[in-house]
Design a protein. Sequence first.
Length: 78
Amino acid sequence: VKPAVKRQRLDFFESKIRPVLVKHCYECHAADSKTIRGRLRVDSRRGLLKGGETGPAVVPGDLKKSLLISALKHDGFG
């Protein structure tokens, strides 16, 4: 992937995705949470790819298998 494309993707994540995660998910799913629910961390790429008790939160290139996307759509974010 070209550096310009990587930068574009990172900028999109930081401006559109991370704010939603911080507002709605970090309380229970980040390193500084009192308890990490479902053993899922969403505060790092590694955590999103590893997932938690129900599997990976994000599967690159496969929105249908990306549980985080399904959860956001279910809760009215997407």
